[in-house]
Design a binder for this molecule. Sequence first.
Ligand code: ASP
Ligand code: MG
Length: 407
Amino acid sequence: MTLIVQKYGGTSMADADTIRIVADRVAEACRDHQVVVVVSAMAGQTNHLLELARSLQPVPDAREMDVLLATGEQVSIALLAMALKARGIDAQSFTGGQVKISTDRVHGKARITDIEEEAIRAALESGKVAVVAGFQGVDELGNITTLGRGGSDTSAVALAAALKAEECQIYTDVDGVYTTDPRVEPQARRLAKITFEEMLEMASLGAKVLQIRAVEFAGKYKVPLRVLSTFDQGPGTLITLEDQQMEQAVISGIAFNRDEAKITIMGVPDRPGVAFAILGVVADANIEVDMIIQNTGADGLTDFTFTVHRNDFQQALSLLKPVVGELEAREINGDDCIVKVSVVGVGMRSHAGIASTMFKALSDEGINVEMISTSEIKISVVVNEKYLELAVRALHRHFGLDQVTAD
Ligand code: ASP
Ligand code: MG
């Protein structure tokens, strides 16, 4: 019998009724697999515990916070094990420490360093389902650690990698990964298959479905990941390695980010060290920079534009004002009413003309492109936020994504 890891999130573990549905799902899988189940805390529980902690200590002690938050998943493993036993399926719950999932000592965002297989293997060999608490581990001193919000996905992938599972199935409340956000484009379709790389580039869409760190981990260890719904039947979306045999769709999806802002410094002297002078200040404040554009210089001057998260916009602007003076640049300005829209697809590597198709689609709609950046499998544009929906729908249609037939 092959082994699979299934992970159920908070919405699947919402109450006794949904936990029974989870138990049904696990029972189905048990018919022809050994099954390890990873669970999150019941919906809302982690947030509730966070609030409680903050009401007692404004910045809660990191070690005690992990002791507290890990209880959410401990509740879930016990309840699911009971639900399985009630259904006649033998199961055994495991906390992170009982497995043992070892991590470094960074409370609140620990990294997994090792997973012991013995205890889980023993449970599986004796015909039990192993029900493991996601999101938690123990450091070398035995302190409870947690992996960061959404960390149960990473727990599941790490267990699947350690146990060499055939597949890691992430059960959630949507039935897969879509060509774009269906709330923006109702014609969006579920993708049958997508590569790890594409999924990472579609982070803005995928982040709602699964933790990006888990996708990176799965790609690194080549663990096939499948996203599917606890509440609907269906094959979901398989996230896997690129398949050379298959005819690939050129574009897999349209991703977007609403929370962007851009900053432009104009008339900057065109000499070595300028980019560092500007971006160094921003990086020192731990502000992440996304797109960066420097114009070709003219008369010894150039313009420099980059984007940051909207939350960091004001801070970046005020940090840079003195720099503008020091560099004797002409002026600095910014715009926090912009969004980024991207077309993503591994097929881009072997097809020419994707960029021109994209710009034609945007120009047909009268949408002005303010910035452009490309990677091997993605082309992104910055446009005014008022064009977001229009741009996403136009691109979705132009690249035929409403025609994609899943499976
Ligand atoms: N319960 C944790 C959280 O809410 C971990 C998870 O759900 O994956 O972030
Ligand atoms: Mg979650």
